[in-house]
Design a protein around this ligand. Structure first.
Ligand code: ADP
Ligand code: MG
Length: 283
């Protein structure tokens, strides 16, 4: 079809199943005493089962607010969010969030107790069932030997692994991650991206992942939604399943990164600019 090749969106074959998650014309607002801050404006996108769907955009474009809305912590001012066709009205164990901060784990519980807690509370598993599932999940993130350690004895990367193990143990319909690796050093961050992709290969969950890094979006995502700054609106939606950690730095990868940069900021990144603009950009 001639029209199809012109669209930035979707070279995906027509899906047989309806989308797992539908974000339908969603505007999100914060009310402060002085004014109403609009965080996103009429954002729409569909996440299908097994997607690694990335929300990408500059700081302040409403990515975290969108994730909170999907999690059920923030109600849309306009539009609707549906999970398996049912309107999202409140938080639930079918949507678990992993945050950027390393202090997501209550420090008075051991690693395995941290992972067990929501399994007992929200899933109603017995102690034995919860422990078995928690240990299995910790094994998957390579932390079986640290089950009885306390969070403060772990590195930032290990704490994030525990948070991921805790989330995956809940077997959510969608795993929500808000810049989960942004506070890690570059090498640990890369390793965590690698592990996340391996976990996805192994466990096959559906991921909604927020980042402001174009490279991370290309590496982690199978689909990328580009959001314009404040209030966040949809700029474009792209496929990125062809890229992974191995393609980083390659010509195609860099061309895609450049293209996204232009779509987000209306101009190409440093290389394509005048020498004066380039030196300004590198300062
Ligand atoms: P991102 O995650 O993309 O950086 P956020 O979703 O955190 O963006 O924020 C989107 C917009 O909403 C920003 O302009 C931010 O200042 C505003 N905002 C976020 N949280 C609040 C809040 N609690 N009260 C008022 N405004 C907020
Ligand atoms: Mg944020």
């Amino acid at each position: 079809m001639a029209t199809h090749s012109l669209r930035v969106v979707s070279d995906r074959a027509a899906p047989l199943l309806p989308p797992l998650l539908q974000i339908d014309g969603v505007s999100l607002e914060y009310r402060t005493p002085e004014r109403i801050v609009r965080a996103t404006h009429q954002v729409s996108f569909d996440v299908h089962a097994g997607d690694r769907f990335v929300l990408l955009g500059p700081s302040g474009c409403g990515k975290s607010t969108l994730l909170k809305a999907v999690a059920g912590f923030v109600a849309p001012a306009e539009g609707e969010i549906r999970l398996e066709g049912q309107r999202v009205r409140q938080p639930g164990p079918d949507r678990i969030v992993v945050f950027q901060e390393f202090d997501q784990l209550p420090p008075w519980k051991t690693v395995v107790q941290n992972v067990m807690f929501p399994l007992r509370q929200a899933r109603g598993l017995s102690r034995a069932e919860a422990r078995e599932r928690a240990l299995d999940s910790l094994e998957k993130v390579g932390l079986a030997d640290f089950a009885d350690a306390y969070p403060h004895t772990l590195s930032g990367g290990m704490k994030q692994r525990v948070a991921i193990a805790r989330a995956l143990a809940m077997r959510p319909k969608v795993l929500l991650m808000d810049e989960p690796f942004a506070a890690l050093d570059a090498l640990t961050r890369r390793r965590m991206q690698e592990e996340l992709l391996a976990l996805w290969d192994d466990a096959g969950f559906t991921l909604l992942f927020v980042t402001h890094s174009i490279e991370e979006a290309l590496v982690v995502g199978s689909r990328i939604l580009l959001l314009s700054p404040h209030p966040g609106r949809v700029r474009a939606e792209l496929n990125s399943h062809q890229f992974g950690l191995a393609s980083q730095g390659g010509t195609e990868f860099q061309a895609a990164a450049q293209r996204i940069h232009t779509m987000l900021f209306g101009e190409p990144a440093a290389e394509a600019q005048t020498p004066r603009a380039r030196s300004a950009a590198s300062r």
